[in-house]
Design a protein around this ligand. Structure first.
Ligand SMILES: Cc1ncc(COP(=O)(O)O)c(C=O)c1O
Length: 377
């Protein structure tokens, strides 16, 4: 079993940071890598042409390894909304068809579908919160012969309730619908394999659970979609981009695989090395091991919450890394300030206190949280 990795981070003893779902910290090593990358820009002659390609290549390789994909299936994107825009641009929807989303899904995986549906006289079907907490059954029931796209995640971002994306993939394929996944709230800490799920597109931001920089994420594009249209027509996604002397010999063809979908300036000399350092750490520790460790923490949260008569999802209906403590009438107003006064950081999302521990947390952090909740409720 993995142990607490707090020594890798710069989190002072008085701070109880239980909010990776909001923003993940860099490790001290990743910050050093970032500082060295900033220093390099003081002397731009030290930035080699090979850096434009080798840095992103490392990100493709590491991110692909995390999800059982080939490096050529990966693209670098600045945000989840960029990735879902690529998916929306390349997934045909006919009049009368529908696009299935969950209630209160994160907007970057909702707005493009509202727009696409409007443009094509199609309909967005919003699956309501299931009374029994079973999102999988509720989403599966909403998918029908008219479904063109299922846009989902493997956990609800507000409270960590679980969605079985293997089952979603199977059902989507059976009706000819595309599956578009946003795994920003789980990738790196919950195992995921494109071989098991077979999504059409999967996109993730790196700044939360992946412990990476902001404005830098990645995307998986299934082989069957790699002939699609990119958002940008960048020089670096075209064949022969390595030859800086001949960039004005404009090329018809793109680089192979998912390269065409990369964002412009994908070689970000500061973000890419930080992201690669962060991905390497997570792969070294092992996503399965991280998930098992975080499960012990969220189980402890669930047990403590139930002992106080508070409401959390059943253990088999939540992911290991993220848990919502639900208050039927809304979270009492004074709780957020009481926690902040003790330097305990969580998020309020909807009617839940969302608690999201990562590898730098331990059970003592959970106990500090519940000491305050017991005092204040
Ligand atoms: C589930 C989920 N997706 C995506 C994002 C971020 O989206 P974007 O990269 O488009 O800003 C967040 C941020 O909280 C999120 O929780």
């Amino acid at each position: 079993m993995l142990t607490c990795q707090k020594e890798l981070f710069d989190i002072p003893d008085g701070v109880t940071y239980l909010n990776a779902a909001y923003m993940g910290p860099l490790t001290k090593r990743a910050a050093d890598v970032g500082r060295a990358a900033v220093e390099k820009k003081l002397n731009p002659w030290s930035i080699a042409i090979s850096d434009f390609f080798e840095l992103p290549n490392r990100v493709y390789e590491l991110s692909a390894r995390m999800i059982d994909a080939n490096p050529s299936d990966m693209a670098i994107v600045p945000s989840v909304s960029y990735g879902t825009a690529i998916a929306a641009k390349n997934t045909p929807v006919a009049a009368g068809q529908n696009i299935v989303v969950m209630a209160d899904q994160f907007p970057s995986n909702v707005y493009p579908w509202i727009k696409l549906a409007e443009e094509n006289n199609a309909e967005v079907i919003t699956v309501p919160w299931p009374g029994d907490g079973d999102w999988t059954a509720a989403i599966l029931a909403a998918i029908n012969e008219k479904t063109a796209i299922v846009a989902s995640a493997n956990a609800h971002w507000t409270n960590g309730t679980l969605i079985d994306v293997v089952a979603l993939g199977r059902k989507a394929r059976s009706v000819g619908a595309a599956l578009v996944l946003d795994l920003t709230q789980t990738l790196g800490v919950v195992p995921f394999s494109v071989k098991e799920v077979d999504p059409d597109y999967m996109v993730v931001g790196s700044y939360k659970w992946l412990l990476g920089p902001y404005s830098f994420g990645f995307m998986y594009v299934a082989l069957r979609n790699q002939g699609g249209k990119p958002i940008e027509e960048s020089w670096i996604t075209r064949e022969g981009a390595e030859d800086f002397t001949r960039l004005v010999d404009y090329k018809e063809g793109y680089e192979t695989g998912a390269r065409r979908f990369d964002m412009g300036e994908k070689s970000n000399f500061i973000h890419a090395p930080i992201a690669a350092e962060a991905l390497s750490l997570i792969l070294d520790l092992g996503v399965d091991n991280i998930a098992a460790y975080l499960r012990t923490l969220t189980d402890h949260i669930a047990g403590s919450a139930r002992a106080m008569g508070l409401n959390v999802a059943d253990d088999d209906k939540r992911v290991p890394n993220l848990i919502g403590i639900n208050f039927a009438g809304g979270v009492p107003g004074h709780i957020a300030s009481a926690l902040a006064a003790e330097k305990i950081f969580v998020s309020i999302r909807g009617d839940s206190i969302r608690v999201s521990p990562h590898i730098y947390n331990d059970k003592a952090d959970i106990e500090r949280l519940f000491d305050v909740l017991k005092k204040e409720l």
